[in-house]
Design a protein around this ligand. Structure first.
Ligand SMILES: CC(C)(COP(=O)(O)OP(=O)(O)OC[C@H]1O[C@@H](n2cnc3c(N)ncnc32)[C@H](O)[C@@H]1OP(=O)(O)O)[C@@H](O)C(=O)NCCC(=O)NCCS
Length: 131
């Protein structure tokens, strides 16, 4: 039986379907790839999910890489996305990719993420390193 606040394949599919507006990829295949890794201790993929949405991140030993952040449409623009990011560990830097056209870029800039480089229609951003 599915536990409350357990991340499902459908959660990831909904996320990636929305992201396909910025790039051309198969959202179901991408979601399946990520999902295979979740619950596999070797992948070190962690997540937080609550009634407003979820964040998936990977422990890369010296940093955490945020793979997806999703807030259900009815709860957007009320600070829940920022709240989920604020609940991530602070013992190491955070990094992520965001498509250059995704308005989420403003959120990450507001939260102190800095653009390191641009590649494949996306910015690589980091927070928690002195640049
Ligand atoms: C990005 C997202 C998680 C933000 O969640 P949220 O709870 O609305 O965020 P907050 O209320 O803390 O902050 C609002 C910020 O969201 C961003 N935002 C607003 N509408 C958005 C949209 N349709 N898509 C993406 N980001 C959006 C803006 O940066 C906004 O900041 P601003 O008010 O300074 O412009 C949410 O919009 C979402 O789930 N989008 C779809 C998935 C996605 O694009 N995730 C990010 C992938 S890197």
């Amino acid at each position: 039986m599915q536990k409350e606040n357990e991340l499902t394949l459908d959660d990831l599919i909904v996320f990636y379907k929305e992201i396909t507006q910025y790039d051309d990829f198969d959202p179901v295949e991408k979601a399946k790839d990520d999902f295979k890794c979740i619950n596999n201790p070797g992948c070190k993929i962690l997540y937080k999910k609550n009634e407003h949405g979820f964040v998936v991140y990977q422990d890369q030993y010296l940093s955490y890489y945020i793979g997806s952040l999703y807030i259900y449409p009815e709860f957007r623009n009320q600070g829940y996305g920022a709240q989920l990011i604020s609940e991530l560990p602070t013992d190491n830097p955070l990094s992520l990719y965001v498509y250059t056209k995704n308005p989420a870029l403003r959120l990450y800039q507001r939260l102190g993420f800095k653009i390191i480089k641009e590649e494949n229609k996306a910015y690589y951003m980091v927070r928690g390193i002195n640049l």
